[in-house]
Design a protein around this ligand. Structure first.
Ligand SMILES: [Fe+2]
Ligand SMILES: [Fe+2]
Length: 138
């Protein structure tokens, strides 16, 4: 069973827009984990998934903007990680809508791993760059 994630203020980036988005993404992923643990109805899950997809796209656009504005040297590979997330989540959605029973566990493990490897690592590398360059968000 996939365990709920814990929020850590170590994840804060100092950019309010990004921090709000991360908090909401965190809540959405935990809602999916909780949904699975409590055997919630399928329709609700699809709703949350659709919100997660739309929300993550808006979030990636924000990060792309700040990466370009701050001339982040690793912007290309960072955006590529966003793209991989989008592809994976879209595939999960397609499979889930087809009715794959095993899917939600796989998807939750993927989301949890993404949080640990991307939000807690790649995004933090980007934050380090922002701090080092004294970037002021606009
Ligand atoms: Fe992020
Ligand atoms: Fe990111």
């Amino acid at each position: 069973m996939v365990s709920l994630m814990n929020w850590s203020d170590d994840l804060l980036t100092g950019i309010e827009e990004i921090d709000d988005q991360h908090r909401n993404l965190f809540l959405l992923i935990n809602r999916l984990i909780l949904h699975k643990r409590t055997h919630g109805p399928r329709e609700n899950l699809l709703d949350v998934l659709h919100v997660l997809v739309a929300y993550s796209q808006a979030h990636f656009r924000s990060e792309d903007h700040h990466m370009a504005a701050s001339e982040y040297p690793l912007a290309r590979s960072h955006s590529h990680e966003h793209l991989t997330f989008t592809k994976n989540i879209n595939n999960f959605m397609i499979d889930y809508e087809r009715g794959d029973e095993e899917l939600s566990d796989k998807m939750l493990i993927f989301l949890r791993k993404w949080w640990v490897t991307h939000v807690a690592e790649s995004d933090q590398m980007f934050v380090k760059h922002l701090k080092e360059t004294g970037y002021i968000p606009s």
